[in-house]
Design a protein around this ligand. Sequence first.
Ligand code: GLU
Length: 340
Amino acid sequence: MAETPTPSSVAATTPTHVSTGQLPSPEHVQAVIEAGYERFRGVDEGAVADYIPALAAASPDLFGVCVAGTGGRSFSVGDAAVPFSIQSVSKPFVFALVCDAIGHEEARRRLGVNSTGLPFNSVMAIELGQDRTTNPMVNSGAIATTSMVPGDDAAAKWRFIQDGLSRFAGRRLEVDQHVYESEAAANRRNQGIAHLLDGYELLHFDPDEATDVYTRQCSLAVTAEDLAVMGATLADGGVNPMTGERVIDASHCKRVLAVLATAGLYEHSGSWLYEIGIPGKSGVSGGIVAIAPGKGGLGVYSPPLDVAGNSVRGQLLATFLSEALGLNLFASRPEPVAAP
Ligand code: GLU
């Protein structure tokens, strides 16, 4: 009698089919991002983050957008080349590198992958979780992720992260020293989270050193153009479409994107997915990366945030682009949208 196929044996016999498509023509993409930029540049809602003193100095008027396709082309408008600290948008990329280093199953076992429904820096999220894990997109899971990066000391771990994120961006990324020093002087809450995790034996390195490497990772300076290329690398199965370099194995990309879909936009992750329908990650400096699997990455920078900590203009723009470029993963047929 034939054996009943299991889900994984079915998947193993059908490796040639994927659920994706292509971006519209280059002219259309450029016209749509310009239209979106014009439509939302005048929005003045939200507030620039100030709990890290150096972030409070950012101009609320900055607004940059870039779409990078898996075919290797990119399209920018506004302040897309203005540098800012990557903050939490570093989390998916460090998680991706850790999955590549230890395997996504082991990463899930040690870090958890379920959303917490609580703020990004919640201590309660650790306490309420049955096994005290959270997920790599909130601070506790992200600091645990950073603690698991290969390397025997902080310098080696830092090198691994800086090199890895630079490979995602396709250029050498450097720390914004001013932001790093400002955040390092004000991150006792993250140190507390690291010590709590250490108490539960969920940290894999010295808690203070792990927090310091995490703070450095959050202080790496990027642009909206970098975020788009980094996102496009996840969209392209782990190959940077600009440099052609494989950064992580394809099998890990879809897991990273799954965690983003459930937890990338803090407590508003459900609303984001409901509206926009693709995985994304935001950070408190006003950056957002969004990934259309197989198609490309979107990077947006606009510092004013909503109450959950997500860029206001970034979310509006992502909603507009998702519709106008046909990015929503849950759509099965085109719907009429307003012309750009
Ligand atoms: N470095 C920031 C923190 O740990 C990142 C927060 C964020 O962007 O959500 O508080």
